[in-house]
Design a protein around this ligand. Structure first.
Ligand code: NAP
Length: 291
């Protein structure tokens, strides 16, 4: 293909592995690095080269895509990658880092002459596997064409928001979306917990809202996880603890009162303390019960 690029993917977690696989499928030459190498290795069957270090992964790459846990992890990994970076390399930073996590990577990009894009994504494991994420992107206009084929491989929509990568415009939009995602998750889990407590058939609740304005795909997905007792993570609860904290601190920085987000963050933390951190965030359900 005409725009086949050398793409280094740093992070082979739920999202990074799925995104890397779609990059392979669309003909890009992918090198992937993950701290726990075993998680990256299955991607060799898709044609990706498994890199030994972040520097090995990024050496000679046209584009570096980071999909790690949080801002400190991004900084740590890109600092380790530095010996392999060359000026002019494009960096798509898609990890959810929040506003406080954005400045250090943007500065690191500046130091190394990288072309920095703030490009968080909306969508969970399923959309990531299907290449149907929504990418919220901010970055220099004259480099947008370079990243188009990569963004189209991982997502079915890119929302360009104003400003360069350091402006925070894409991350601000991502925080607003996450506020909604996390609230929906708690709402579904609490409704089902209340149904259990009141002796109401949860399927009756789902039938009552079916097809109307109160119904939504997210309610269906999280309810299915709870009712099927299948908490295979699409979005791990421990990641939700991190993301809830980013929403709360963004609100605090603006002097906003986000009562629901604050209560939700505490609820996720309680579920994690109960031992549900590695399960899907639908496991916030358990925070309604003592054990
Ligand atoms: P995940 O499966 O937990 O993967 C996290 C990745 O970060 C793993 O590759 C992990 O490596 C790596 N990592 C963590 N700390 C590290 C460190 N200090 N140094 C090096 N690598 C480190 O998480 P995910 O669900 O893919 O999420 C990735 C990012 O996307 C997060 O920022 C999340 O908020 C965001 N996001 C997630 C979803 C979703 O639905 N899952 C949706 C949109 C956005 P190891 O394998 O070695 O632990």
């Amino acid at each position: 293909m005409a725009d086949q690029l050398e793409v280094a993917v740093l992070g082979a977690g739920i999202m990074g592995a799925a995104m890397a696989r779609n990059l392979c499928r669309t003909g890009h030459a992918v090198r992937i690095w993950n701290r726990t190498r075993a998680k990256a290795e299955p991607l060799a069957a898709d044609g990706a080269r498994i890199a030994d270090s972040p520097a090995d992964a990024v050496r000679g790459a046209d584009i570096v895509l980071t999909m790690l846990y949080d801002g400190p992890a991004v900084l740590e990994v890109m600092t380790a990658a530095a010996p392999g970076l060359r000026p002019g390399t494009v960096w798509l930073q898609s990890t959810t880092v929040g506003l406080e996590g954005l400045a250090p990577p943007a500065e690191l990009a500046d130091t190394h002459g990288l072309v920095f894009f703030d490009s968080p994504v909306l969508g969970t494991r399923g959309p990531a596997e299907q290449g149907e994420l929504v990418v919220m992107a901010a970055g220099p206009e004259d480099a947008r064409e370079t990243v188009t084929s990569v963004l189209e491989a991982v997502g079915d929509r890119t929302l360009w928001v104003g400003g360069d990568g350091a402006s925070g415009a894409a991350t601000r939009l991502k925080l607003v979306c996450n506020s909604w995602v996390l609230t929906l998750t708690h709402g579904a889990a609490e409704a089902l917990a209340l149904a259990k407590g009141l002796g109401v058939d949860p399927r009756g609740f789902l039938d009552a809202v079916a097809g109307g304005g109160l119904d939504c795909g997210y309610l269906r997905a999280k309810s299915a996880a709870i009712l099927d007792d299948d908490y295979t993570p699409s979005f791990a609860l421990s990641t939700a603890v991190k993301d809830a904290g980013l929403v709360v601190s963004a609100g605090e920085a603006e002097g906003l009162r986000l009562d629901v987000a604050e209560a939700g963050a505490r609820r996720f933390a309680r579920a994690r303390a109960q031992g549900h951190g590695e399960r899907d965030m639908a496991a916030t359900y358990f925070a309604s019960f003592d054990t």
